[in-house]
Design a protein around this ligand. Structure first.
Ligand code: SF4
Ligand code: SF4
Length: 384
């Protein structure tokens, strides 16, 4: 089927009616510089523990959107914006009783919201375009979404690697619809970072190792959401009170200061996860965690890794009121939580007398069977 420019605009209008803020069209091709950049990133192990990123067949598919379905003619990149709640970088670093959750996760899980709207949109396009093949993706398949969005003119990839639109900024989530219908494509986006380096300079862990290159091994978003192991020592104190994701590189971006506030916010309408109390979170058992985050993307991280992050934030808070709770966490069933509670207590106790805590650690060492937790105990004892 051939689509003219008028019909293309009807398709776009239909996307707006379904709650999407941006809708752009590209060929199912990844530019050669983006393919090369992906290969280099994986070769340098910047994908960290995300083995699926480096897995050969998935890597090849990521570089070749054509392979995602038979006869794909057009990729439609769609963005749904969310309104960030007031956020200050001081708040993310300062002593506090609260944890910082990335803005996009303040409400319901964007995967669920976007998928629901994409599927409804696909049904309407079925009517508009007649019989054709289409598939929808929201962060669930090997799709190089930011590169596709840039070639569709939806926005350019900033030096922090996220997509920025000139009027609408970068607080948005992306989804894609692949179709067998040939739709006239949009012009690629031009780049507008210029000489700005604000995101590189502000990054707490120096994870933006070069313009347009983020080393996941250092990125707080990766560490707090995807990574399920013991957080490297040198990064813990740099995490501040960020317990799920990190907004710093977007919060500092001048294009977000200029962006208009979205008329509707389907992703974070309730904002129930804005600065939750850390103490309340460390109380959550497995069932409590599942109930508390049932509709939130936070559930994907799991209790053990999430409470690991909470322990680190407590350690960084300088707030001695957390000590009783952390002492209780030393006996949690999850080694990840026990290990990071040890670090948090040691960090807090450097502010005050540590002797009582050392005695507690010596007792713990006699009973502990997990090697990683034992390493955490040894690391503190060796400082004595
Ligand atoms: S999300 Fe945070 S840690 Fe990651 S690159 Fe941006 S500022 Fe750095
Ligand atoms: S902060 Fe500056 S360099 Fe970074 S993405 Fe925004 S405009 Fe580009």
């Amino acid at each position: 089927m051939k689509v003219d420019n008028d019909l293309r605009e009807s398709i776009r209008e239909c996307a707006y009616q379904h709650g999407f803020d941006l809708c752009h069209f590209s060929l199912p091709k990844i530019a050669s510089q983006d393919r090369k950049a992906l290969d280099n990133w994986v070769d340098l192990n910047m994908h960290a523990d995300m083995a699926w990123m480096a897995e050969k067949s998935r890597l090849e598919r990521r570089k070749d959107p054509d392979s995602m379905m038979d006869d794909v003619q057009t990729v439609i990149s769609l963005a749904m914006r969310h309104a960030p709640s007031p956020y200050s970088l001081e708040q993310a670093n300062s002593s506090s009783t609260k944890g910082n959750i990335a803005s996009y996760a303040h409400g319901v899980d964007y995967h669920d919201v976007m998928k629901k709207h994409l599927k409804a949109l696909a049904r309407d396009w079925d009517v508009l375009l007649g019989e054709h093949e289409q598939r929808v993706y929201v962060d669930t398949a090997p799709v190089l979404e930011h590169a596709l969005a840039a070639s569709a003119g939806l926005g350019w990839q900033g030096k922090h690697t996220l997509t920025i639109h000139r009027q609408q900024g970068s607080w948005m989530m992306l989804g894609e619809l692949f179709t067998s219908v040939k739709i006239p494509v949009d012009s690629p986006a031009s780049e507008h970072c210029g000489s700005c380096t604000a995101c590189i300079d502000i990054c707490p862990t120096r994870a933006i190792v070069a313009p347009y290159v983020v080393d996941a091994n250092l990125c707080i978003s990766y560490l707090t959401i995807e990574y399920k192991g013991f957080i490297p020592y040198k990064l813990r104190s740099l995490m501040g009170n960020r317990i799920y994701g990190c907004d710093d590189c977007q919060a500092i971006c001048p294009w977000n200061n200029k962006a208009e506030t979205p008329d509707t916010d389907l992703l974070t309408p309730r904002g129930e996860n804005i600065l939750p109390e850390l103490a309340m979170l460390l109380h959550l058992d497995e069932q409590g965690f599942r109930e508390r985050f049932r509709k939130s993307p936070v559930k994907r991280t799991g209790r053990a890794a999430f409470l690991r992050n909470v322990c680190i934030a407590m350690g960084n808070s300088g707030n001695m009121e957390f000590v009783p709770l952390l002492l209780k966490a030393l006996h949690d069933v999850e080694p990840l939580i026990r290990g990071h509670a040890i670090w948090a207590l040691a960090t807090l106790h450097t502010l005050q007398n540590i002797d009582g805590f050392i005695e507690e650690l010596i007792e713990l060492k006699k009973k502990e069977e997990n090697n990683d937790v034992l390493k955490e105990i040894e690391a503190i004892l060796s400082l004595k």
